[in-house]
Design a protein around this ligand. Structure first.
Ligand code: GAP
Length: 591
């Protein structure tokens, strides 16, 4: 769908029950959408397909954590301090806007989010940027950091502050000690979650693309960075356009089609695990209807990365002429687990057993307190602690006659013989590892909107223009429309029974007997139903003749949405035929 008719998609979405702005009866609420019957079914199918690809087929676990978490979790995660957007308020109309978006929309500057606030203030003045709502000048207006989290109170009163989670990930990280046990402390292991996330966006926009409540499908993969490697062979030949950070700043830089194996071999994607999941994601987006000619992977520039990421690649799709982020693939290193380890009462490590025990040299100290006490008085205990730390960090410091340690701002010199320093040989059976995290984080709402946008088509059938949604049959809200040619002479009853039979066989079926058959086909085309089955006089004729042993089986027509081609199929084979078509085990040509 082109930029001119994105409003057409929003109108179709409302009219045909995909999605609509929430609480229209109360004037609507910005940034919140309700999925109607078609949208809820499509969303569920996309989520199921994500679960199948990223959780089940990869052998990852799935959890379901609360959406409200207590404040200390977000102190530890860094979201209280660092999860901000740039807010500028119009001095005339009082409307709030994202300053970086105004800069991007009104200048050639891209990714203004990565520019420091003071420089964005200067850009607003330099380009004489104005309020998008009323046109008043914004030069000289202060730009503030606005925290995107929704705050709430847990329990009556205001004793315990909590926040609606801005990402599902934290619900996984904080349960890491138990999850590691479920995984028998074996790295690597992955934990997935599909659920709602909340961000108090300054200016929600572009329908489902930037909202305040949305669904994320996230995988947190815990790895030992020194040991674990992905099985890259399975995606080595997958190709996609890659747009590294260096090419984004070069004059002639552009995205280049490359194999996953190549981007790893050439160090374009530095972390093989990230490349592995980019390969899987590319295949997955294809299966849900995202147009691969309008798809790419773009690396974050250094100023653009979230506070927890050391590297990040986005899956992007072109929608309405803009590239939008469908999902982020971040290397979070040990940031989250180290933080929760430091802020909480539990250990966020795993014990990794060596194949064979190893002997290591371990420095130890046994400070002589009968010397330190008289020498350093009240500071003697702290000096002993500092000696112990130094031995662990830098045993070489104990090679001379004296050793110096610092306590607060004071330096203390201690004869090495009074530290009881020695190096012992100890046998270790393993080591404590703080796993690193590889995180594919996909937005379901954006995937759904993009699939609708990319699958919306117009063509001409029987001299009339028709609109249809070419959604892949695996995610289409409904798989089969069942119609009687007319609701008379037993055709209606036969078709209703057939619809029930197909539902019992596990297919998603809609029954429709209102209006001309052509109009009924158009209605199903518009909501993306891939197959329609029609019961006609021939079906009934054959059903009646069936009493006669020589007559053939009952048959119906199956019509395919995209080609509008039709074929006759025996009713007794219908459920199996349609199931095979839905699951991709057969094509319409095979039928
Ligand atoms: N845990 C990592 C994380 O949350 P993110 O890039 O901030 O990373 C992941 O979000 C995905 O969530 C995005 O790629 C996007 O698809 C979706 N998303 C984020 N903010 C959104 C919003 N305001 N409206 C709709 N989807 C959003």
């Amino acid at each position: 769908m082109s930029s001119d008719n994105s409003t057409g998609l929003v109108e179709l979405a409302k009219r045909r029950g995909f999605f609509l702005q929430t609480a229209g009866a109360y004037g609507g609420v910005s940034g919140f959408y309700t999925f109607g019957p078609e949208g809820a079914a499509l969303k569920r199918n996309i989520e199921d397909s994500w679960r199948d690809r990223f959780a089940i087929r990869e052998g990852n676990m799935e959890v379901d954590a609360p959406t409200v978490l207590p404040e200390p979790v977000f102190e530890a995660s860094g979201h209280l301090d660092g999860f901000d957007d740039m807010l500028v308020e119009c001095p005339e109309c009082g409307e709030s806007h994202r300053a970086d978006h105004i800069v991007e929309d009104r200048t050639d500057i891209e990714e203004a989010e990565s520019i420091p606030v003071t420089e964005v203030e200067e850009l607003v003045a330099e380009y004489e940027l104005v309020c998008p709502t009323c046109g008043a000048g914004l030069a000289g207006q202060a730009i503030e950091d606005f925290n995107l989290m929704f705050e709430t109170n847990i329990g009556p009163g205001s004793s315990a502050s909590g926040y609606l989670r801005p990402e599902t990930a934290q619900g996984i990280f904080i349960e890491f000690p138990q999850l590691a046990e479920y995984a028998r402390n074996q790295l690597p292991f992955g934990v997935t979650q599909i659920g709602r996330a909340y961000r108090n966006e300054i200016s929600p926009r572009k329908s489902l693309l930037r909202v305040r409540e949305f669904t994320q499908a996230e995988l947190e993969l815990f790895i030992d960075p020194e040991e674990d490697e992905p099985a890259l062979e399975s995606v080595a030949d997958v190709t996609a356009p890659f747009y590294p950070a260096s090419d984004q700043t070069a004059d002639d830089g552009e995205a280049r089609e490359m194999r996953i194996q190549t981007v790893v071999d050439e160090g374009i994607v530095g972390k093989p695990w990230i490349a592995y999941y980019l390969g899987i994601a590319k295949q997955w987006y294809d299966t849900i209807g995202v147009d691969m000619d309008r798809f790419r992977f773009r690396q974050h520039r250094s100023g653009e990365r979230a506070h927890y990421a050391t590297d990040c690649w986005d899956a992007e799709a072109e929608v309405d002429g803009d590239w939008i982020e469908l999902g982020g693939f971040a290397y979070r290193s040990d940031y989250d687990l180290s933080k929760h380890d430091a802020y909480s009462d539990e250990e966020f490590t795993v014990f990794r057993q060596y194949d064979d025990p190893v002997t290591v040299e371990q420095p130890t100290v046994d400070p002589d307190m009968s010397y330190l006490g008289p020498a350093f008085g009240d500071d003697a205990g702290a000096v002993a602690g500092a000696i112990e730390n130094l031995a662990a960090r830098n045993p070489g410091a104990f090679e001379g006659e004296n050793v110096s340690v610092a306590v607060d701002d004071d330096s203390y010199t201690v004869p090495v013989e009074k530290t009881g320093f020695s190096v012992e040989e100890v046998t270790e059976s393993g080591k404590h590892v703080t796993p690193h995290v590889v995180e594919p984080s996909l937005g379901i709402d954006r995937a759904l909107y993009t699939a609708l946008d990319h699958c919306y088509r117009d063509d001409e059938v029987d001299g009339e223009t028709r609109s249809y949604l070419a959604l892949p049959q695996t995610v289409a809200p409904t798989t089969v429309g069942v119609f009687p040619l007319m609701d008379r002479d037993g055709m209606g009853e036969y078709a209703r029974d057939l619809a029930t039979e197909l539902r019992e066989a596990g297919l998603s079926v809609t029954y429709d007997d209102s209006g001309a058959i052509g109009r009924r086909y158009r209605r199903q085309d518009e909501v993306g139903t891939p197959f329609c089955v029609t019961v006609d006089y021939a079906t009934l004729g054959e059903a009646r003749a069936d009493a006669d042993e020589a007559a053939g089986p009952d048959t119906v027509t199956i019509r395919e949405r995209d080609s509008t081609a039709q074929t006759r199929v025996a009713v007794e084979d219908l459920a199996e035929t349609l199931t095979a078509l839905r699951d991709g085990r057969a094509t319409f040509d095979d039928v």
